[in-house]
Design a protein around this ligand. Structure first.
Ligand code: 13P
Ligand code: SF4
Length: 301
């Protein structure tokens, strides 16, 4: 039975023909009111094809920015405008321009966890769900990859290709240590290990499956295993437990919690729909350039 708050959100959403998009790390109750819950790639695709005039985006800033860049005429509301991603702040325009000057012939691939300004300076964007495919599509070109060094080194390994990597990282995935995974593996020897490519190479080396958050949500459905160790942010367990009640999931590290992802609450979702005031805006000139790298990604994946 939905509670009063959920009922209000659902009725206002219908009345305003709004769509609610939520990332896999959002609070369980926020995921439950969303029309679509997914990873950054799925959310971008969903944002690119929605007919709704209002998009309520429950996630972090770079995700809502991507939705706005894909829908410049639509109203993108962020229930919690302060929800940012520290990794996206680990490279700025000046640093990327300098990197481009040092590697003038290289193609610039930016992870979607970056600002609109960085996307505007890049040739193509990628997500954890398509990074290998995007870099592969560039053939023998030299590649500068920003900002996540671990996703970058994972791509290097998969494609046996050297790239110029920026030294950014996710401070949440960085907390998950190989020792944590090894301890859980010892306690649950039959469990398979799923890991997000933002984890360090030491953790990824212990994984049976490396995938984006939605890749991890799908994997247990394709596997005979009944236990899984999950090396990513713990919010994903809500989807996993709902979809596979007969299987058991253990977080690799219980404190892998992204505080920014938890800033969006049901109350804030309701207020966003009621007041329509926290509209996310992206500078038009920046948005136009950034659109090219996001569109190049959507076309290539
Ligand atoms: P996904 O695109 O795999 O959902 O990852 C986004 C993210 O921020 C992971 O920390
Ligand atoms: Fe950013 Fe890491 Fe949070 Fe993902 S989990 S939004 S990369 S800080």
């Amino acid at each position: 039975m939905p509670d009063k708050l959920t009922e209000k959100i659902l009725s206002l959403k219908k009345q305003k023909s709004a769509v609610i998009l939520a990332h896999n790390y959002q609070l369980p109750e926020v995921q439950d009111v969303a029309d679509f819950v997914g990873d950054s790639l799925g959310l971008s695709i969903e944002a690119s094809k929605t007919n709704s005039e209002i998009i309520v985006f429950c996630g972090v800033n770079f995700m809502a920015e991507t939705a706005k860049i894909l829908n410049p005429k639509k109203k993108v509301l962020m229930p919690e405008p302060k929800a940012g991603c520290p990794m996206a702040g680990m490279i700025n325009e000046k640093q990327l321009e300098e990197l481009k000057r040092s590697h003038p012939r290289a193609k610039v691939v930016c992870y979607i966890n970056s600002t609109a300004q960085i996307k505007a300076l890049s040739d193509v964007c990628c997500t954890s769900g398509n990074a290998v495919e995007i870099v592969r599509s560039l053939g023998n070109e030299d590649v500068v990859f920003v900002p996540d060094q671990y996703l970058g080194s994972w791509v290097e390994k998969k494609l046996n290709k050297k790239m110029v990597l920026w030294n950014g990282y996710c401070n949440i995935h960085n907390k998950i240590l190989p020792e944590h995974v090894a301890q859980k593996k010892k306690a649950h020897p039959k469990a398979l290990v799923m890991a997000h490519p933002e984890c360090t190479p030491g953790v990824l080396a212990l994984a049976d499956k490396v995938a984006s958050t939605s890749g991890m949500v799908k994997f247990p459905g394709t596997s005979n295993a009944s236990e899984f160790i999950v090396a990513t942010e713990v919010g994903i367990l809500h989807q996993l437990k709902n979809l596979y009640p007969e299987k058991v999931f253990y977080p690799a590290y219980d404190d892998a919690l992204c505080p920014n992802m938890k800033l969006t609450t049901l109350e804030k979702v309701l207020w966003a729909l009621e007041d329509e005031k926290d509209e996310l805006l992206v500078d038009e000139a920046v948005a136009k350039k950034a659109y090219r790298s996001i569109d190049a990604m959507l076309k290539a994946s």
